[in-house]
Ligand binder design. Structure first.
Ligand code: SAJ
Length: 404
């Protein structure tokens, strides 16, 4: 049996795909409301293909509960928030999940941590917990780090098709875990040690952050000289060894803007490039605010309520707004504007900010300037409604708009 701990964006799809592929699964989460919802057969977030997977899984052997279960395999997918002030990971959820597991687990347990952790976290915080328990590491209990790698928006496809990394102390344990992941994963599964698995996960997200920062810095250079950054990138990318990512209004989510800080926090003197890249990405919402001010000035608009911000989530077609560019921009607004702009997001059905408009047509009708912070499919399909508006389009999806 596999007990998956934490039923959020990673834990839920992982437990469902395991069950759909005939593993006996118990999903555990301390959030009672979330567990009751799942038990009422209601999904807790929107994701491509998740509903079908959910229906398939619940027709097989899966339960959702608040309890930790006596099991021989645990997969920990709890959040690892980061402490903005010290730029360090906060491992408290992984620590408390491990403590709870140690209270109930059987001998011969495999404890797999999928949550992203900064390199060294398992040595520093998890091994000592086992040392203090009555179980002997690498005999009664085995530690594994199998960092998740799935992209929100295409999680189910990536769960099945991405390659994976399994870090363990003993090669035979890595092989055992590989057979579990092989029940649903068609990608290559690489076995390595725990430190290497921790580091490669953080390196993957840092690679993306640094490369997005390059594209964002090009946007600033192009703006300075009144050039079209998108055309420059399009042409440069025709070179066989150049592949520049897309510039945008900022970098959001719980991974790309966060994980690289683990490296900066741990190796401050060795991470000049990474910290400069993170600063570039974090400065992009300021650039959006400056462009809004320019457009307002050029068109004699003084009423901020005429500015409509489209998109609150951190990227296209997802409902997760953690660390989103719009949220980052609103946090910075105090420096630029006294009142917030109006905001609308078709993916977010509850009120997250006060100035949120819940209806698309009234949002559009009352906006003179529309800033497309997130290129959701919805706005692409309704672009005719933007035709008589001033549109600021940091993602370059429309040909009639202002760019960053
Ligand atoms: N973004 C850009 N330009 C781009 C690509 C993305 O500005 O060219 C922005 C997005 O708009 C968004 C942010 O970056 O605001 C992050 O989006 P993303 O799609 O790059 O990544 P995430 O955070 O959804 O998922 C990442 C993935 N990591 C990598 O691609 C290396 C995913 O595979 C990881 O599993 C996930 O982080 C995680 O949980 O670590």
């Amino acid at each position: 049996m596999i007990n998956v701990i934490g039923l959020g964006y990673i834990g839920l799809p992982t437990s469902l795909i395991l069950a759909a592929n005939n593993n006996k699964v118990v999903g555990t989460d301390y959030n009672m409301e979330l567990v009751s919802k799942l038990n009422r057969k209601e999904l807790t977030f929107e994701e491509n293909g998740l509903e079908d997977l959910f229906n398939e899984a619940i027709s097989k052997d899966i339960k959702f509960t608040n309890e930790y279960i006596a099991s021989d395999v645990y997969i920990v997918t709890v959040p690892t928030p980061y402490d903005k002030l010290n730029k360090k990971i906060d491992p408290s959820y992984v620590i408390s999940a491990t403590k709870e597991i140690l209270k109930v687990c059987k001998k011969d347990t495999i404890l797999i941590i999928e949550s992203t952790v900064s390199p060294g976290t398992i040595d520093k915080f998890i091994r000592p917990l086992i040392k203090d328990s009555n179980l002997e590491l690498n005999k009664d209990i085995h530690l594994v780090h199998a960092p998740e790698r799935i992209l929100p928006g295409q999680m189910i496809y990536e769960l099945e098709n991405n390659s994976r990394t399994i870090g363990a102390d003993l090669p035979e344990i890595a092989e055992k875990v590989k057979t579990i992941y092989k029940t649903f994963c068609k990608g290559e599964i690489i076995c390595t040690d725990i430190r290497t698995a921790e580091m490669s996960k953080v390196v993957e997200n840092t690679f993306r952050a640094v490369n997005i920062a390059f594209a964002n810095e090009l946007t600033k250079i192009a703006r300075y000289d009144n050039l079209d950054v998108h055309e420059i990138i399009r042409i440069s990318n025709m070179h066989p060894r150049v592949n520049i990512l897309n510039p945008g209004p900022g970098v959001g989510g719980h991974c790309i803007p966060v994980d690289p800080w683990f490296l900066v926090g741990d190796y401050p003197r060795l991470t000049k490039l990474i910290s400069a890249a993170l600063e570039v990405n974090e400065s992009m919402p300021d650039l959006v605010l400056n462009r809004i001010t320019d457009i307002m000035k050029d068109h004699g608009i003084t009423d901020k309520s005429k500015v409509g911000i489209y998109g609150l989530s951190y990227k296209q077609d997802v409902d997760d707004y953690r660390e989103s560019p719009t949220v980052q921009m609103f946090e910075k607004m105090g420096e630029h504007f006294a009142e917030p702009f109006r905001v609308y997001d078709p993916m977010i059905h509850n009120r997250v900010v006060q100035s949120q408009i819940m209806d698309f047509d009234s949002f559009i009708n009352d906006s003179e300037i529309v800033v497309v912070m997130v290129p959701h499919s919805q706005i692409k399909s309704q672009q005719d409604k933007l035709k008589n508006k001033l549109v600021l389009d940091p993602h370059n999806i429309f040909d009639f708009s202002y760019k960053l």
